[in-house]
Design a protein around this ligand. Sequence first.
Ligand code: ATP
Ligand code: MG
Length: 418
Amino acid sequence: MPAISAPRGTRDILPSESWKWSYIVQTASKAMKDFGFSEIHLPIFEHTELFSRGVGETTDIVEKEMYTFNDRGGRSITLRPEATAGVMRAAIENNLCAQGASAKLWNWGPMFRHERPQKGRYRQFYQIDAECLGIAGPMADVEVIALSIEIFRRLGLKNLEVVINSVGCEKCRPVYRQKLIDYFTSRKSELCGTCLDRLDRNPLRILDCKNESCGRVSDGAPDIFDSLCDECREHFAEVRAGLERLGFTYTLNKRLVRGLDYYTKTAYEILSGDLGAQNAVAGGGRYDNLASAIGGGKIPGVGFACGLDRVALVMEEQGCSFGNMPGVSVYVAALGDDVRGAVQALTYELRKAGISAECDTSGRSFKAQMKSAGTCRFACIIGADEAANDTVSVKDMEDGSQVSIPAGEAVSYLKGRI
Ligand code: ATP
Ligand code: MG
C-alpha cells in the first residue's frame, strides 16, 4: 500500500523549522502586547456567507480560492481564507464595539486558499493578524502600520518596502470605478481574458493584474487621487503625515488595490526585495464597510495580516537570527544500568524546579549519552560511586570541569548556574 502523503499545497512544519516559527510568533506577540493588542482565538471554519458577503463575491478569494463544503447538517461551511471577517464577526457577536467602544485584537493561525502551490504560496498557510476596531480616524491607521513595521524591525528583516494607497470610500469609489470602466473599455483589446471578465464586476482589480499588456494599459489609467472625496483625501494626508512623524519611509502606489472588497481609504502592503514573485510579507488597510456588509451596523476598522510562511522564508534567506535553538540545559547520564532509575528521578527533580533536562530512556551506552550531553550546558553523571556516596558529578560542558555535589544539592547548584 502506498504511504499517504499530505494534501497538495500543505506541508508539515517539522521541529527543525517549528522553533523558528515560535520565535517569530513570540516576537510578534510581544510587539502586539507593547501596542496594547489582546489575543483572540477564532473558529477555523465559519459560515460561507461571512466571506461571500464580507470579503466580496467578485474577489479572487471568494470566486475561486475557498475551501467550501456542506457539513452533515447541510450548512455551507468555509475554511477561513483570511481572519479579518472572523474578527469582525466575533466583535459584533460579542458586542466588543458597543456604544462606540474600540477593540484592538490579534491572532495567528492557519488560513486556507485553493491556489496554485509554489514557493511562498500554499493552500494551508499561516497569518499573524491584527485588527483595530471601532476607530474611524487616521491615527488608528498609523498605529496599525507602525505595529506591522515594528514586528519586522524586531525580527531583523531588511530590504522591506512599505507601499501605501487610498482606495476611497463608498462615496468616491463608484465615481472612480466608472472612470476606470470607461477607460478600460476604450482599451479592451489589450486586456487579458481575466481582466475582460473583471471589467464590469471589479475593474479596480485590473490595476493589480500581473499581465504585461494589462500593466501597460493600467499605467495610463485614471489616477485614484483625482477621484478621492475631501474626507478620503484628508484622511490619507493625515495617515501620511503620521507615518512621516514616526520616521517611516514609504512608497505611494496608486495601483495598489488589494484583493479584498471591504477595503476603504488606506490600503497598504509591505514588500520584501528577497521573495521573488510572492513578495508581499504583509498586507492590510482600512475596512469601514465590512461590519455593515455582514450585518453588524457601523464599525470602522483597520488592520493587517502578515504571512508567517513568507516571513520565515525571508528571514532564512537574509540570515536573520531566530534566537537560540531550543534544547535542554542539563543532560543526566547513567554510568551503568543500576542507576538508570536514579537518573530518571533526578531528571524529574530538575524539571520540577524549572530546569529543562533529559535523560536516556532507551538503554544507550554511557558514551552515547555523553554525546547527547554535548549540546547541553551541564551534564549530571550518576555512576556506582555517586550512588554509593549519595552524590552527583556535575560536568560543565563549556569548560569541561567536573565537581562532585551532594545529591540533595544538585538542583540548587544547577539553578544558580543556568
Ligand atoms: P498575494 O498577492 O501574494 O496573493 P494577497 O493579497 O492574496 O497576497 P492577503 O490576503 O493580503 O494576501 O494576505 C496577507 C498576507 O498573507 C500576504 O501578504 C502574504 O504574506 C500571505 N499570504 C497570502 N496568501 C498566501 C498563500 N497562499 N501562501 C502563503 N502566504 C500567503
Ligand atoms: Mg492572493
